[in-house]
Design a protein around this ligand. Structure first.
Ligand code: PMV
Length: 362
């Protein structure tokens, strides 16, 4: 195989109806379907790959730091190793690969990057190896790294069908509408705490399923929520969308607090923002903003362009927001032709020599 580098850029997503809890922890099969908005490339990951016989082993660099893919690697990195083997088998090669991946959103923002990084890598490998894979198959590959990554394989609004098969072949994401459908929908990410979360989402999924007495009820609520969000998105009905989004975030976090030992991702700053959003909506007499929180304390405020100013004012007035990242609906991963690769082909090493302490993936 010819030595050349390939580069792609992809982005993160924010779930409107959340994935929480798995029926299979090894290949990330969820208990409920979920739906998300793929974000723009300002909350994204750029990744380059080079397959070469000159490499003595597979190598992965994330934000300037080399990660261990072999023995002793953490779960997500082990999944990347397995995914690589899968791709190489499909391409009929045994060539070693160098992967260099960098997030383009502030590395101290506390935002998880595994969805963005996982989807970008799954997409890039399929294209670099010219495997002509259906996006569904790429979504299944991305799912193995991080469940939520399977939704970032597409742009726009994306639904992940839980599926029921043991091998996960029916648990993939599909696009509901593309990014042009509702161009003024926004996600204003309010950073309140940039530190790393105490309980990884991976550990949290397992504890909640095992111990929460509320969890069973959530599964029904979430499936209904997905249907409501699909309708709201198709009709561009912000009122219906906002209520479904806020209720689902609260519902998921209720099952987390009900876990044993309890998992609490929300903090005082998050709660301040929740109250402020309700006050803003009340004073407007309609929903102009909706909050949603993943496995962390930072708030995602879903709003529309015309209410952007009101949301910024509301967030500033809480006094708890360190910074705001504004994003919109993104188009999904794409190959970058003719742009500078992150790999220096001569030295078979990353081109950028970044501080290894910044921007750790989780
Ligand atoms: O993909 P994971 O294992 O990091 O889980 C993500 C779970 C949430 O972000 C809390 C919800 C979601 O659907 O993205």
């Amino acid at each position: 195989m010819e030595d050349r580098t390939y580069t792609a850029i992809g982005s993160s997503n924010i779930a409107f109806i959340k994935y929480w809890g798995r029926r299979d922890d090894k290949i990330n099969l969820p208990n409920n379907s979920s739906i998300s908005m793929t974000l723009d490339k300002n909350v994204g990951t750029k990744t380059s790959v080079l397959f070469s016989d000159k490499l003595e082993r597979d190598k992965l660099f994330i934000n300037g730091k080399e990660e261990n893919l072999g023995e002793g690697a953490n779960e997500k990195l082990r999944f990347i190793g397995e995914m690589l083997d899968h791709y190489k088998k499909a391409a009929g090669i045994n060539t070693k690969v160098l992967i260099v991946s960098e997030n383009n959103f502030p590395s101290d923002s506390g935002l998880a990057s595994s969805a963005s990084g996982g989807a970008t890598l799954a997409f890039l490998l399929a294209n670099a190896l010219d495997l002509k894979m259906h996006p569904r198959e790429i979504s299944i590959m991305a799912r193995r790294i991080s469940g939520s990554a399977c939704r970032s394989v597409y742009g726009g609004i994306v639904k992940w069908n839980a599926g029921s098969k043991h091998d996960g072949s029916d648990s993939f994401a599909e696009q509901v509408v593309d990014h042009k459908h509702w161009p003024d929908l926004m996600d204003m990410i309010a950073i309140v705490d940039p530190s790393k979360k105490k309980v990884s989402s991976s550990a949290g999924h397992t504890v909640t399923v095992r111990t929460s007495t509320l969890y069973k009820a959530r599964l029904q609520v979430a499936e209904e929520g997905v249907k409501k969000v699909v309708e709201a998105v198709k009709d561009r009905d912000f009122h219906a969308l906002a209520e479904a989004v806020m209720r689902d975030s609260n519902n998921m976090h209720a099952t987390m607090i009900d876990s044993w030992p309890p998992i609490m991702y929300l903090n005082d700053a998050s709660r301040n923002i929740i109250y402020a959003v309700h006050e803003l909506n009340e004073s407007e007499g309609r929903y102009v903003a909706a909050y949603t929180f993943d496995a962390g304390s930072n708030a995602h405020i879903i709003t529309t362009s015309s209410n952007r100013g009101k949301v910024i004012k509301m967030l500033e007035e809480t006094g708890v927001v360190r910074s705001i990242i504004e994003s919109r609906m993104g188009a999904g991963p794409e190959m970058l032709e003719g742009e500078e690769s992150l790999i220096d082909q001569e030295s078979l090493a990353p081109r950028h020599n970044r501080n290894p302490e910044i921007g750790k993936n989780d």
